[in-house]
Design a binder for this molecule. Sequence first.
Ligand code: DMJ
Length: 392
Amino acid sequence: STELSVFETNIRFVGGLLAAYALSGDKMFKEKALSVADKLLPAFNTPTGIPYAMINIKTGSTRNWGWASGGSSILSELGSMHLEWDYLSNVTGNGVFAEKVYKIRNFMNEIEKPMGLYPNYINPKTGKWGQHHTAIGALGDSFYEYLLKMWIQSGKTDPVSRKMYDDAVDAIEKNLIKTSPGGLKYIAEYKSGRLEQKLDHLGCFSGGMFALGSQGSSNPQKYVQLGADIAHTCHESYDRSATKLGPEAFRFDDASEAKAVRQNEKYYILRPEVLETHFYMWRFTREQKYRDWAWEAVQALEKHCRTDGGYTGIRDVYQENPQQDDVQQSFFLAETLKYLYLIFSDDSLLPLDKWVFNTEAHPFPINYVFKSNGVPVTVPVSAPVPVAVQAS
Ligand code: DMJ
């Protein structure tokens, strides 16, 4: 009778089960993914098709977070269902899941965007934006990631998601990308008419996204460079701390750059985003520095986060001997360690032209079936051929 987050349940459980199915071909995983996703369906019964954030899986009652502007749903949450649900429809032959995510995608495509930007809050009943707050970090992040990855998942054949991604990145470039006096590139946040000079650790994933999106863009070199610039800034946020691990958020104010200023932004909870970007940058550039930076992080994790029972977050990255928080987040295994492993593996392990990672780093096969222009499929055109991964 407990409430679940629709987004977290999808990216971690449905995504994990579907990736296990894709890698093993064991139907049990597909059936479990289906039964979990099925429980989330009532959250999508809204006039716009935009889901509520939470669902009580016993009663089916749904609601949004009390703190989210005017009863809104959250951009990153409503926008991080597509890879999983489209694939689920295709492997089960049940089109209802694809139908739901294409409805969201089409709604978000058609709605008017202030300055071309997507605010983080939208009301699922009225379809109106809540507070005009735009960020590539918390509350926005994986919405942008999934626009690009929908296109990749379609075997680069779906023009709608590619255009949505390109337009969103254009608006971000015009309005939010800044360079600090010290020469660090970052993506500021837009909050009700003003810019906040802050980048979340979460937003550091975008370096990898820009590099991944370079393929198929009008200017591949420019986007690999943008990826490199964000990777550099995010590495600086690690390098400028005593522990060599990065804070939850860092700012670019007169006094300091790429450093957390507020006490409640100084923690590190085993997050993967900086290593995720180093992984993509390594794959796209082969520059040794990305492996070196990843190795520095491994050593810091071993020094500050390893305990007898597992790995833990720390409360202040600027302390020589930081206090530990005694929590091992599940994304440490799903993402942080996976991206590290991949950085030091051969490219033939999960090659990027055959696999696309969901936002929890669960790999999905690419181009398993062609869907034209966002028209939902109701029957599977062909079952995917499960691929066994060869460890290098
Ligand atoms: C993960 O659950 C996912 O990457 C999500 O998109 C946001 N961040 C956490 C890990 O930091």
